[in-house]
Design a protein around this ligand. Structure first.
Ligand SMILES: [Ca+2]
Ligand SMILES: [Ca+2]
Ligand SMILES: [Ca+2]
Ligand SMILES: [Ca+2]
Length: 456
C-alpha cells in the first residue's frame, strides 16, 4: 500500500492536472513544418522554432533530432532517418511525416511540429527472382505478347521508385511493351521462332528507376521455345539403299537398318516403320522389319544357289504426317557349292597340260582361259594374284593369258600363275568355298601342272 499514501496521491493528481493543462494548450503547428532529406549526416540543421516561439526550448523526442535549448535550432543526430524504415507503408501520394514534441517557454506550452522526411534514391530496384523463365510455343505469331509476372520492386517513392524496363541481348527477337499504371510488362515476339533452329533465348531484363542518379537491377530472362509438331520424318542419307547378303545367311541375321529422323522432339518426333503393302510376297516371307528400330532381319535360314534381288519399300510414319518412303534393294548372292572349272585353250606349245616356253621371248600369248559353271558364277571374274610376269586380259567373257616380259631360264625355271575367281562384291578367295587354281609354266622344262585346292 506504499503507493497509496495521501502525499503520493496528491502528487499524482497535480501531475495529471499539469499534463491535462499541457494537452489543452498543446499547439499543433500546422503552419510550422520542416523537411529534411532522409539519411542525412549528424549535425545537419533541419530548422528552428525560434521564428514561432520564444526560448528556452525543450525537445521531448530526441531520437532523430536534438535541439539547441537557447536558439531553438534542431539538428540531425547519429541516428539517421531512413524514410523507408520510418514510413514502410506509405504510398506514392503520402508524405513521410514524423511528429516531434517540444515545450516552449515561458508559457510552457507543449507544441507538436511535423518534420517531413524526403525521399532520396537510396534503393535500387529489386527482382525477387534473378532468373525469369518463360515458355513460348514455336508457332507463335509475330507480335504476340506474353505477360511477365516478375516485376521489380523499388522501395523509394516518386520518380525514385518509378521503374522503366528494357531488354538487353534480345537480338531483335523479342521486345518489351509496358502498359498501364500497374504496370503490365509484356514480352513481344518480334521474329518467327523455330525450336528446331534455336530452342532457348537468354537475355537481360533491366529495371531502372527514374531518380536523378538512376539505379537499376537486372534479371536473366530465359525464353524456352516449346515444340510444335511442324516436321515430318524423312529418311536420312545414311539409311542404306542397297545391301548384299550371302546366300547361306542364317535366320535372324541383321540385313540392314533403315534410318529416318524427325527434327521435332518427344512424341512429335516418334517414328514407326512399316513395309509397303506392295512389297512382294517373297520379300515379306524372307524379311521382317522392326517397326521401332528399323532393323530388317532374315526370317529364315537362306539356302540360295541363285542370285536374287528383292526390293523392300519401307515407310517411316509420324504423327499427322504423310509417310516418307525409301527403297532397299537386297541382293542375295548364290552359295558357291558347285565345282567350278576353268577351261583352258592353249595357244603356246604345251605338253601334258604344261606350257613350255623358250626363254628371252618377248611378251607372248599363252592361252585362253574361260570360267565355266552354273549360273552361280555369273558376275565372277578371273584375276592373277601377286607379282608374276604374266597378264590376264578379259576378252569377250574369256581371258587371254600372256607373258608380260621375256623370261630368264637361269633366274627361274618354273613359274606358278595363281589365278583367282573374284566376285564383284564378295571375295571368294578366303576359304568357305573359295577356290584358286594355279598353272605352272616351265621356261625350259616340260611341266605345266594343273593343281587345284580349296583354300590358301
Ligand atoms: Ca529512399
Ligand atoms: Ca530507387
Ligand atoms: Ca514431327
Ligand atoms: Ca517442331
Amino acid at each position: 500500500m506504499g503507493h497509496g499514501t495521501p502525499d503520493n496521491m496528491a502528487c499524482a493528481g497535480l501531475l495529471q492536472n499539469l499534463l491535462l493543462l499541457f494537452r489543452l494548450r498543446q499547439i499543433v503547428c500546422g503552419s510550422v513544418q520542416f523537411s529534411i532529406p532522409e539519411e542525412k549526416e549528424p549535425g545537419v540543421l533541419v530548422g528552428s522554432l525560434s521564428k514561432s516561439f520564444s526560448p528556452p526550448y525543450q525537445l521531448l523526442t530526441q531520437e532523430y533530432l536534438w535541439m539547441d535549448t537557447n536558439t531553438g535550432n534542431f539538428y540531425t543526430t547519429e541516428q539517421k532517418m531512413d524514410r523507408e524504415a520510418l514510413c514502410p507503408e506509405d504510398t506514392e501520394t503520402e508524405e513521410c511525416i514524423i511528429l516531434h514534441n517540444a515545450i516552449v517557454r515561458p508559457s510552457g506550452d507543449l507544441i507538436q511540429f511535423p518534420v517531413i522526411i524526403e525521399d532520396i534514391n537510396d534503393n535500387a530496384p529489386h527482382f525477387v527472382n534473378s532468373e525469369i523463365h518463360l515458355r513460348v510455343p514455336e508457332d507463335v505469331s509475330v507480335g504476340t505478347s506474353f505477360l511477365l509476372d516478375d516485376q521489380a520492386q523499388d522501395r523509394d517513392v516518386g520518380l525514385n521508385g518509378d521503374l522503366q524496363y528494357h531488354l538487353e541481348d534480345s537480338g531483335g527477337v523479342f521486345s518489351l511493351k509496358v502498359e498501364g499504371d500497374e504496370p503490365f510488362i509484356m514480352l513481344v515476339v518480334q521474329t518467327a521462332l523455330d525450336r528446331e533452329t534455336q530452342d532457348q533465348y537468354q537475355m537481360a531484363l533491366v529495371a531502372t528507376d527514374c531518380g536523378t542518379d538512376p539505379l537499376s537491377a537486372t534479371a536473366t530472362l530465359i525464353v524456352t521455345v516449346t515444340d510444335v509438331n511442324d516436321n515430318c520424318p524423312s529418311f536420312s542419307p545414311e539409311s542404306p539403299r542397297s545391301v548384299t547378303i550371302p546366300g547361306d545367311s542364317a535366320r535372324n541375321m541383321l540385313v540392314a537398318q533403315v534410318i529416318a529422323t524427325d527434327p521435332d522432339s518427344g512424341l512429335n518426333a516418334a517414328i514407326t516403320y512399316s513395309l509397303s503393302p506392295k512389297v512382294s510376297d517373297r520379300a515379306k516371307e524372307l524379311f521382317s522389319l522392326d517397326s521401332l528400330t528399323g532393323y530388317i532381319r532374315l526370317t529364315q535360314d537362306l539356302k540360295s544357289d541363285n542370285s536374287e534381288e528383292l526390293l523392300l519399300k519401307v515407310f517411316a510414319n509420324g504423327h499427322h504426317c504423310p509417310p516418307a518412303d525409301t527403297k532397299v534393294t537386297v541382293s542375295i548372292l548364290p552359295t558357291l557349292n558347285q565345282e567350278m572349272t576353268i577351261k583352258i585353250g592353249f595357244i603356246a606349245e604345251h605338253q601334258n597340260q604344261t606350257l613350255v616356253l623358250p626363254e628371252n621371248k618377248p611378251p607372248t600369248a599363252l592361252a585362253i582361259l574361260e570360267l565355266e559353271g552354273d549360273s552361280s558364277f555369273k558376275g565372277s571374274s578371273l584375276v592373277i594374284e601377286g607379282k608374276v610376269p604374266f597378264t590376264l586380259s578379259p576378252q569377250n567373257g574369256k581371258y587371254l593369258l600372256s607373258t608380260s616380259k621375256a623370261l630368264d631360264f637361269e633366274m627361274k625355271k618354273e613359274h606358278h600363275i595363281p589365278v583367282v575367281v573374284q566376285r564383284r562384291s564378295v571375295s571368294l578367295s578366303a576359304g568357305g568355298g573359295g577356290e584358286q587354281r594355279a598353272w605352272f609354266v616351265t621356261a625350259a622344262g616340260l611341266s605345266f601342272r594343273r593343281r587345284q585346292w580349296r583354300e590358301r
